[in-house]
Design a protein around this ligand. Structure first.
Ligand code: SDX
Length: 434
């Protein structure tokens, strides 16, 4: 249940000879909001706010972030501590259930994830009909919405049990679908999940094992994947989470809401940026490594080019996740003894951007997507799979946010207003008179 915000003050709207009181609400960390839920009823006005830059769509008890201070916490726990001390499966439980699991609960959750890791053999047939160049994000979204046909809601059992089952099914099967879509893209046979491997090791095994070459997931890659998935696990009301909530507000089932979130995440301005970053760095590398040119392009208002991996709607300081990912990137490349020319280009690009007043004035810093692709590439994961990894990480956050929205006592279908600026009323004219 979403705890209430506290009414701490009243603002006044002076309009059309009237004074309208607007309650001011305050959240746990002192964030304040104007409660405008009666604005149109009382004043006839609506609030116009492109991109919802100034608009809170809900109260939430899941993730707190402070963009000015670079703070990110899941259910109150700093993401730095979770990345260092926890594991992705435990963080998934924390996000969905609101607390860290006791040892026995963690074991049971892990065992359920193992038990639900297979997908129906008939779903495996779907892959055969995709062209090899099909983008894995398209496959992922289609497969997730198809899960509702293969795993309809349980008829018996309480809603909590039902959600527990659906949550573990989704968390486990999304990882399997992701690995199968990779195998499909390289024309190799699917590698099934193994019950003796934990979440991240199982995924890496499904990705890189093959019938002719046994594979042992390197511990440094398992650790790095755990950290990356934890860092991507939730991020309050970002575009894809807002999509999951919006679609869910029509009382759509969890699978269909998540499938919509996957499509939103695919966008190059959102989760798709991690693939764009690598492609941008590779373009710079192939053109001789001159980062100054892309920086000039990014500053040229006539050029639609943006520096992927930089800037953020909320972070106006260094994205705390980017700091951790950058450190993990060095560790992985060092341990795997991978020399990545793209890393030095990325470091030079970051250095120049941070020293350039154009970006400083606009508070543009590296975000979560800037270094993640370099790690994935060093692990042997192709760039077309980067946003899929983002989706696997973000899934527990989407589920937690969807669940919170469905249980919110102030639940409403989401239906924004608009300001109409089209033609005034006019009558039909027959084609002979046009
Ligand atoms: C994610 O919301 C989340 O939490 C998202 C996310 C999550 O975990 O869910 O953190 C994940 O999506 C991270 C962002 C990944 N996207 C990119 O890396 C794409 C590149 N970034 C930009 O497209 C942009 O910064 C956005 C989309 C991320 C944010 O856009 P905003 O908040 O709408 O900011 P804006 O476009 O109004 O930019 C403000 C100014 C503009 O210049 P002026 O008009 O003021 O002169 O900054 C400029 C922009 O032109 N600007 C950039 C830039 N980002 C903003 N200029 C060059 N390169 C960039 N990357």
């Amino acid at each position: 249940m979403v705890p209430a915000a506290t009414r701490v003050d009243t603002a006044e709207l002076h309009y059309d000879g009237h004074v309208y009181p607007l309650p001011v609400l305050e959240g746990t960390e002192g964030e304040r909001a104007l409660d405008t839920q009666n604005l149109r009823k009382d004043t006839g006005l609506v609030a116009l706010d492109y991109g919802y830059k100034n608009t809170a769509a809900c109260k939430s008890a899941i993730t707190f972030l402070d963009g000015e201070k670079g703070i990110l916490r899941y259910r109150g726990y700093p993401v730095e501590e979770l990345a260092e001390k926890s594991r992705f499966v435990e963080v998934a439980y924390l996000l969905v259930h609101g607390r860290l699991p006791a040892h026995r609960e963690n074991e049971r959750f892990s065992e359920l994830l193992t038990r639900h890791s297979m997908i129906h053999e008939d779903m495996g047939q779907f892959f055969k009909n995709y062209p090899e160049h099909a983008h894995p994000m398209a496959i992922l979204s289609a497969m997730v919405v198809s899960l509702s046909s293969f795993y309809p809601e349980l008829s018996q059992g309480s809603p909590e049990e039902e959600l527990d089952f659906t949550t573990t099914r989704l968390l486990s099967k999304l990882r399997t679908v992701a690995a199968f879509s990779y195998k499909k893209s390289i024309g190799e046979p699917f590698v099934y999940p193994r019950h003796d491997l934990k979440y991240c090791a199982n995924f890496l095994n499904m990705m890189f094992s093959s019938p002719v070459c046994p594979y042992e997931p390197p511990p440094v890659m398992v650790k790095a994947l755990n950290v990356l998935l934890i860092l991507h696990a939730d991020h309050e009301q970002n575009c894809s989470t807002a999509t999951v909530r919006l679609v869910g507000s029509a009382r759509v089932n969890l699978y269909a809401s998540i499938a919509a979130g996957i499509c939103a995440l695919w966008g190059p301005l959102h989760g798709g940026a991690n693939q764009q970053v690598i492609e941008m760095l590779e373009t710079i590398y192939r053109a001789g490594g001159d980062v100054k040119k892309v920086i000039e392009r990014a500053k040229d208002k006539k050029d639609p080019f943006v520096l992927s991996g930089f800037g953020h709607r909320v972070y106006k300081s260094y994205d705390p996740r980017a700091k951790i990912i950058k450190k993990s990137c060095m560790e992985v490349l060092d341990t795997l003894q991978v020399k990545s020319p793209l890393l030095s280009i990325a470091q030079e690009l970051e250095e120049r951007v941070l020293a350039d007043s154009y970006f400083a004035e606009r508070k543009l810093y590296p975000n979560v997507d800037f270094y993640s692709g370099i790690i994935y590439q060093a692990m042997g994961i192709p760039s077309s799979m980067f946003t899929v990894l983002f989706a696997i990480g973000r899934l527990p956050g989407w589920i937690a946010q969807w669940k919170e929205a469905m249980e919110d006592p102030e639940f409403k279908i989401q239906r924004p207003r608009q300001i109409y600026t089209g033609p005034a009323m006019r009558n039909y004219v027959s084609s002979a008179e046009r």
